[in-house]
Ligand binder design. Structure first.
Ligand code: COI
Length: 355
């Protein structure tokens, strides 16, 4: 193991990379991790010297608070390689801002911007071979923070670990999905933390999603907790509806994540002259649009899948099919976004970040 210290970052490299054992043509999303990981501990009221170390298991007390109270937040980002071998991130400043917004809501101390960017750049340089060129190939980056303090007392911890782990990914496409509109369950409520990328938001989705899967649907469209009359998110993504040629999506709120893909799609749509109505979207208007044929498309938008088309939805025992469009907005947006991410299109909005 080679040890170096660059300014405030300590780097311990693996003696031998495991990259030769990886089948990059057959990757399962999020299963394989690169050689190194970034770790920074918070103790005595301060973030300590960050380190990059070989990827591997952690040792923690069973009483660490994250195991008991779920004090944990995370982010999802990707690195892309263009045909010249240059590496890019997409709007990483948005992910950095959001992990601290999520952290604040979970009473986790703010993480410093210079540690984040220095650590991320160093990690991506060290594990650069793991970022494969080719449209659709990427490195999924998972920054996260967990409460490590050993104590089951139910209050915020005073010790944390901030980490970044990276997983090579191929196009995350599982076919067009069928979704069930939630009538009873919700993912978040006013005053809650639906807007945060908090681990608990995801844990709470698994059971209702499992029930939906038993009925033949892959995902749930989450509706508002008060009335279940408004469409909010789809699975782990923001959701868009195309009614005739207008796009509808719910405004961000206490309950809805301010998705980077969501806001990028809105910006691209507006530039292209596509009308976007950001407003509460009633379940009844979407059901009506499905019945009268004006519902042209439904799709999820998120970092992992980029854009995920919905082919059908279920609601109150009825099943509604959405006819496939020739020139869909979903495929247009996916290409427009990926062309920017892979340095194939002009970066009109200054979203690309060169590593
Ligand atoms: C995303 O696509 O933005 C996600 O958060 C997906 C992740 C939970 C796997």
């Amino acid at each position: 193991m080679k040890n170096t210290i660059s300014q405030a970052l300590k780097i311990s490299e693996v003696s031998e990379s495991k990259i030769g054992q990886v089948d990059f043509e057959n990757l399962n999303f999020g299963k394989i991790f690169t050689d190194h990981m970034f770790v920074c501990d918070y103790v005595n009221g301060e973030w300590q010297t960050p380190e990059i170390v070989p990827y591997g298991p952690l040792t923690m007390e069973p009483s660490a608070r994250v195991f008991h109270y779920g004090q944990a937040v995370f982010e999802g980002m990707k690195a892309y390689k263009d045909d010249n071998g240059d590496t890019f991130l997409f709007r990483p400043d948005e992910n950095f801002k959001r992990i601290n917004i999520s952290a604040e809501r979970l009473a986790i101390p703010e993480f410093p911007e210079d540690y984040f960017f220095e650590g991320l750049n160093a990690l991506l340089k060290l594990d650069n071979e793991w970022i494969k060129p080719g449209y659709g190939n990427s490195l999924y980056i998972r920054p996260f923070v967990i409460a490590t303090q050993a104590s089951v007392s139910a209050s915020e911890a005073d010790e944390y670990k901030f980490m970044i782990i990276c997983s090579p990914a191929q196009s995350y496409y599982s076919g067009d999905v069928s979704v069930l509109v939630a009538e009873k369950f919700s993912r978040s409520a006013n005053g809650g933390f639906g807007y945060a990328k908090a681990a608990g938001n995801y844990a709470g989705q698994f059971y209702p999603t499992k029930l939906a899967q038993e009925q033949g649907y892959q995902q749930v469209i989450w509706t508002d907790a008060n009335t279940h009359e408004y469409m909010e998110e789809a699975g782990t993504m923001n959701v868009f509806f195309r009614v005739n040629d207008t796009l509808l999506t719910a405004p961000v709120s206490d309950r809805i994540l301010d998705g980077v893909t969501r806001k990028s799609l809105i910006t691209i749509a507006e530039k292209e002259g596509i009308k976007v109505d950001v407003r509460p979207v009633k379940v009844s208007e979407i059901v009506e649009a499905a019945k009268n044929g004006s519902l042209k498309e439904v799709f999820g938008a998120g970092t992992a899948a980029v854009v995920s088309p919905v082919k059908a939805f279920g609601y109150k025992g009825e099943h509604y099919e959405i006819e496939k469009q020739e020139n869909s907005y979903a495929s247009y947006f996916k290409k427009a976004l990926m062309d920017i991410q892979y340095n194939k299109a002009e970066d009109t909005f200054s979203w690309r970040y060169k590593v």
